[in-house]
Design a binder for this molecule. Sequence first.
Ligand SMILES: CCCCCCC[C@@H](O)CC(=O)SCCNC(=O)CCNC(=O)[C@H](O)C(C)(C)COP(=O)(O)OP(=O)(O)OC[C@H]1O[C@@H](n2cnc3c(N)ncnc32)[C@H](O)[C@@H]1OP(=O)(O)O
Length: 310
Amino acid sequence: MAGSGNSEFDPEPVISHKFPESLYTYTERDAALYALGVGACAKDAIDDKELKYVYHQDGQEFIQVLPTFSTLFSLGVSSQLEQLPGLQFDPRLLLHGQQYIEIYKPLPSHGCILNKASIAGLHDKGKATVLEIEIVSYEKESGERLCMNRLAIYLRGAGGFSKSSQPYSYSRNRSNQSTFPKIPKSQPFVVYEECTHASQALLYRLSGDYNPLHSDPMFAEIAGFSRPILHGLCTLGFAVRAIIKCICRGDQNMIKSISGRFLLHVYPGETLITEMWVAGSRVIYQVKVKERNRAVLSGFVDLNRLSSSL
Ligand SMILES: CCCCCCC[C@@H](O)CC(=O)SCCNC(=O)CCNC(=O)[C@H](O)C(C)(C)COP(=O)(O)OP(=O)(O)OC[C@H]1O[C@@H](n2cnc3c(N)ncnc32)[C@H](O)[C@@H]1OP(=O)(O)O
C-alpha cells in the first residue's frame, strides 16, 4: 500500500499522471434508467415534475436529464486508478468521499461525450489517502464544454507516505477539500423525506458503477459493512432531486453547481431526510438517515437564479 510504512512511494508521478481521453455514449434509455436509479417517480408515479425524466411528456420530443447524470461520465476513470504510478491501495477499502459538479449547459437527452481527466489533488491523511480527480466533459460533435466533475476518493489504509513531518497535500486550482459551509443552526427552510428501496443499489448499479461493494455481501463485509451499501452518487442523486423538487419547482436547469461530502454510508432500504436552507442563490443541504438519525451527506447547491417560489 502507498503509506502503511511504504516510504518508497513518490507522489509526484501520480499528480503529473495523464489519463487518456475517454468517450461516454448514452441514449435516452440510459438517462431514464439513471433517473429511476436515483428514485425519480418512485414516490408519486404520476408526479408530472419527474415523469419528464423517464417519459416523453405532452408530445415532447426528448426526455429531460437530471444534472447529476453527468457524474456517470467519469466512471470510465475508475478502471484506470490502479494504473496510477506507485499508488498502491486495496480497492475493497475505497470509499467515495466527495463530489463537486459544475453544469455549463443542460445535458442533452442522448449523445457522445468526450472526457478529459486529470489528478486535481493528493492528500496524505495518515490512515488514508484522499485522491482528487477532475473530469471536464465536452459534447464530442460540437466540442462545447458541458460540465465538470471533481471527485475525492478516500483510500482507507493507503496513507502515511509523507516524508516530512508536514502531511503531504497537493491541490490544483480550487480543491473542494474544506470548502463546505457549516450547517445552519436555524430550522431548515424545507425538509423532504423519501425511502430508498431495498433493491436501490442493484437498480442504480445498472447505470454503470458495478463496484461489488454495493451488491456482494461478502465483499461488503471485507470492506467493513454488515451488508452492501448504497452508492454515494445515488444518495447525492436523491438529495439533488429533493432540491429540484422543493426549491427549483421542478426545473432541473436551475442547478449551476453541486457539492457534497459523504459523511457516512447508507444501507439500501433506509429513509433519507434531506434538510435544506436557502442563502441567496445557494442551497445548503444535509441528508440524514431516519432509522439511525445520522447525517450521511452534506453540501451545497448553487442555483443559476433564485426560484420565483421563494
Ligand atoms: C473515478 C471514479 C471513481 C468512482 C468512485 C466511487 C466508487 C463507489 O462505488 C464507492 C462508493 O460509492 S462508497 C459509498 C459512499 N461513500 C461513503 O459511504 C463514505 C461515507 N464516509 C465515511 O464513511 C467517512 O466519512 C470516511 C471513512 C470517508 C472518513 O471518516 P474518518 O476515517 O473517520 O475520517 P476523519 O478522521 O473524520 O478525517 C480524516 C481526514 O480525512 C478527511 N475526510 C474525512 N471525510 C472525508 C470525506 N468524506 N471525503 C474527503 N476527505 C474526508 C478529513 O477532513 C480529515 O482530514 P484532516 O485531518 O486534514 O482534516
